[in-house]
Design a protein around this ligand. Sequence first.
Ligand SMILES: [Cu+2]
Length: 182
Amino acid sequence: MASFASFHSVLRASAPLAAAAALLFSASAAFAADVTVSDAWARASAGPAKTGAAFFTVTNSGSSDDQLLSASSPAVSATDELHTHIKDGDVMRMRQVEKIDVPAGKAVTLQPGGLHVMLMSLSAPLAEGQTFPLTLTFAKAGTIETTVTVKAAGAMGQMDHSQMDHSKMDHGAMDHSGHTKQ
Ligand SMILES: [Cu+2]
């Protein structure tokens, strides 16, 4: 009976710990659900492109600001970067950014001519209709995996960017001199 009693007391002692662990787990699970990724797409490559771009909407329905820190799509590209566009005179230039802010209660849309995930080294040109997994890492929400659908080469999303066809940009010739990380 002595051994049963001590076993019982161990159970009692660990009960608060188990409750705390359960609370932590449910808190982080609830938090992850606060940030969602939707409508992920990329543009089909025009010719033998080495780079591509992926776009999507991040919605933060929680009460804490979050940041997108990195993206990864090893199925199609060895390296991905977070980019934005800046207007330099009449020329739109891409610039790498360290993170993309996703404020509490806001939705951020990555789209042609603006923020995007740059697929830096495609293993093969992206074909219309193709899908591939994209893993996004957030500062607080952690890792979220989404599926990217490849649309026609001229696809623009909701905006008209006829003067800025990303697929025709030569990333290699891009001016990196002003490539400051934010
Ligand atoms: Cu880019």
